[in-house]
Design a protein around this ligand. Structure first.
Ligand code: MOS
Length: 764
């Protein structure tokens, strides 16, 4: 099927060009007539999920399957000199034990996603004796049962020549290089405007400080798993994946077979936020084992293995310099970010690409440094650039406002930039002032006494803090098939993904709206590489991409059936069905090229700062109250208010969930979340879920989400900006700022812990 679809590319490209202009006109005209905040619709798949009917990839247990268990490297750096499997082979039920010698040469190298490949790491699985990080897969046991495979894996004896690893910032043996030198396929230019050093020196008021964010792991509820089966030379992979086409093409390349022979099935994803998109090391070795044994092989990673076999949010450091005049107008912005990565890959989030557009500074100077350690390659995790970089900037903004003697809400409003000083681009819409005003009113910001430590309620020190959220509005190409049947129902097929966000619901809603039928009558299929290639779930692109694509396909059907907007297309069908297959590409991309890449599982992102015409971003303002106990320094967050403007909101209920979830995650990020590492061994210490601290209901009594209507049909035809990641940007900074306001202690290193707030006592 994929082969046939590829042949349609030139036709599809021509069709896209034809329809693109009319799309913008008709969509935009029609969009004007529907509310900016859509209905509150229950999730399409909610009944299936709460009744346990939803079959996740890990639920697949094929008849006759064998079970695999990975052998993890016990050191972070070294070389395997001998692997003794004699004891392991005696475990009843063991079928095969693989090591780097038996796997050698069988897996072809794969570049990482974003560097022309599909992988989470460019380490080729089990390709040699060298160990590059703790937990690296160095062997695989396949047995009749999971228990037997695990038992045998534990009996394999490894002789290792270990070398002392470099684990963290400040450790000996790290290699530091500017990102502009490291980037292999894409040129990286650190944003600069004017002479920021001179402006900083000349300014009367300045802030210069260092900030830090820790390693964080996704730790999704649904464990990482892979089940592979071969039939007549075709491979089927059941794996929780939010990028089924990425996995399909990546594994095909690793195996050296054509992608048409690989199917990936992943209808539901039980949590991921970035960690189930790129190809990790386990999949291809499971596929090879299944082929060797001639039977299905299933592998479920343990919690601990998930910490090293998948990705994580990289640890970062920041040097920020801000300066302003006595009138409170910013004069300069300096930001040097350092990101910890592996020795094998320069994975970067280069957050300055977005922070430079935040405020009206006339001069700026930024730099991103890559710091290579003996760690596994990091990857993207909810708001990858913004969480670390906006934390540093938004705490620095609070410090700057205080120096200027200006309220931090007003300070941000004074420095609002409707046109960015970097590249002099305007925003298609930017509702920073509205977010600040509405958030402040709802929160009761006017009750804040600006003096730190001045607000108290009994034993509790009370603090109010504010910070901004921003997130680029991005789109990726999407192919979609819409079928309308004479029985009054419709079907939408698109290999997009719903990792709990509401994507299924959105697809049904937009199709129902455009076809003039009840969304309940729209059947949606997603998460399967046999469907038309839709977007990966990343960069909060899904709603904007799939809704624009589906709307266009439906509108084409309406034109074919000669049905006016607002009327039901099913009325025009007396028998049979009508079907539309459409390739949609974001308007700023060269359509034919973008779609060719999409069919290869190489989605091109467009939007954010990439638009030649303007900048596309969503914004929010977050307000928090913290209470710090005067004696114990226990930190509580009794209430939080977020006001967001993110263009059209398709579904009020699911958007609210995304934003609220983001705010709550932000609380965890500020106060609880850090993957601790044993620096001597470069090993994660709390690699489990028991010590994975997240805020529970008792920790979050009041969360208020305000969605501000924003009509921006220039961002895209439907004016959808996306809300998946916006909510947790800025929360940690708002809490750090509130903690300062409550206590007078400025904490610039996350997470903020009780010990950071204790009086400085001399230790004996
Ligand atoms: Mo985000 S982790 O780029 O969906």
């Amino acid at each position: 099927m994929a082969q046939d679809e590829r042949k349609t590319e030139p036709d599809a490209a021509a069709r896209i060009r034809e329809t693109q202009a009319s799309l913008a006109r008709s969509r935009s005209a029609q969009a004007a007539s529907v509310p900016l905040i859509g209905p509150s619709t229950a999730r399409y798949e909610s009944r299936e999920k709460v009744t346990g009917q939803a079959r996740y990839a890990g639920d697949v247990g094929p008849v006759g399957a064998a079970y695999a268990y990975a052998i993890s490297a016990p050191v972070a750096r070294g070389r395997i000199t001998r692997m003794d499997v004699s004891d392991a082979q005696r475990v009843p039920g063991v079928l095969r034990i693989y090591d780097h010698q038996s796997m050698k040469g069988r897996v072809k190298p794969l570049a990482i996603l974003g560097e022309g490949g599909y992988a989470a790491t460019s380490l080729t699985p089990m390709s040699g004796p060298d160990i590059a990080h703790d937990g690296q897969i160095v062997g695989l046991v396949v047995a009749e049962s999971y228990e037997a495979a695990r038992e045998a894996a534990n009996r394999v004896k490894l002789d290792i020549q270990a070398t002392k690893p470099s684990a963290c910032f400040g450790d000996p043996g790290l290699r530091t290089r500017p990102l502009s030198e490291v980037r292999k396929t894409k040129m990286w230019k650190d944003p600069k405007v004017g002479n920021a050093d001179a402006a900083f020196s000349a300014a009367p008021l300045k802030v210069e400080a260092e900030y830090a964010t820790p390693t964080q792991h996704h730790n999704p509820i649904e464990l990482y798993s892979t089940t592979c089966m071969w039939s007549d030379g075709r491979l089927t992979i059941h794996e929780p994946s939010a990028g089924v086409n990425i996995l399909k093409h990546g594994v095909a390349e690793q195996l050296g077979i054509v992608p048409e022979l690989v199917d990936v099935i992943s209808p539901f994803v039980g949590g991921m936020f970035g960690s189930k998109v790129a190809v990790t090391s386990r999949t291809v070795v499971i596929a090879l084992a299944a082929r060797d044994l001639g039977r299905p092989v299933k592998c479920v990673s343990t919690r601990e293995q998930g910490f090293t076999n998948a990705t994580h949010r990289a640890e970062t450091r920041h040097k920020v310099k801000l300066s302003c005049g006595t009138d409170g107008r910013l004069a300069s912005y300096g930001h040097e970010g350092s990101e910890l990565t592996s020795r094998t890959d320069a994975y970067t989030v280069n957050g300055t690409q977005n922070t430079v557009h935040m405020y009206a500074w006339p001069a700026l100077d930024t730099k991103v440094l890559m710091v290579e350690a003996d760690r596994n390659t990091p990857g993207f995790m909810r708001s990858p650039p913004e969480v670390p970089y906006m934390f540093a900037l938004e705490v620095a903004m609070d410090e700057m406002a205080e120096k200027a003697g200006i309220d931090p809400v007003k300070f941000r409003q004074i420095n609002d930039a409707q046109t960015s000083t970097y590249e002099n681009k305007r925003f298609t819409s930017r509702s920073v002032i509205q977010c600040l005003n509405q958030g402040a009113t709802a929160f009761g910001w006017s009750r804040r006494n600006p003096r730190p430590g001045s607000m108290r309620d009994g034993d509790w020190l009370v603090g109010y803090g504010v910070a901004m959220a921003s997130y680029p509005t991005v789109h990726v190409p999407a192919a979609v098939r819409v079928r309308v049947l004479a029985d009054g129902t419709a079907a939408v097929q698109i290999a997009a993904h719903d990792p709990g966000t509401g994507a299924y619901t959105m697809a049904a809603m937009i199709a129902g709206q455009e076809l003039g039928i009840d969304p309940q009558k729209v059947r949606v299929e997603m998460g399967d590489s046999r469907l038309p290639p839709g977007p990966l779930a990343g960069g909060s692109n899904t709603t904007a991409s799939i809704c624009n694509a589906i709307a266009q396909a439906c509108s084409n059907i309406r034109v074919r059936l000669n049905v006016a907007p607002g009327q039901a297309v099913t009325m025009a069908l007396t028998s049979g069905a009508v079907e539309e297959y459409l390739d949609w590409a974001p308007p700023g991309l060269e359509a034919a090229k973008a779609m060719t890449a999409n069919y290869k599982g190489q989605p091109e992102f467009w939007g954010g700062a990439a638009g030649a015409d303007a900048l596309r971003f969503a914004f929010g303002a977050e307000f928090v109250e913290v209470r710090v106990h005067a004696r114990t320094r226990e930190i509580r967050v009794p209430r939080i208010t977020g006001a967001f403007a993110a263009g059209r909101i398709m579904n009020k209920r699911t958007a609210h969930s995304q934003l609220m979830g983001g705010l709550i995650w932000g609380i965890g990020s500020a106060l609880h979340e850090a993957t601790e590492i044993d620096r001597r061994a470069s090993k994660y210490v709390n690699d489990n879920i028991a010590e994975y601290l997240i805020p529970v209901n008792a920790d979050i009594p009041a969360v208020e989400v305000i969605m501000i209507p924003e009509d921006d049909r220039e961002a895209n035809a439907l004016g959808i900006k996306g809300v998946g990641e916006l909510g947790n940007v800025g929360t940690a900074a708002a809490i750090a700022n509130a903690v300062y306001h409550a206590t007078g202690k400025r904490v610039r290193d996350l997470p903020i812990r009780i010990e950071n707030l204790l009086p400085d006592v001399k230790r004996v």
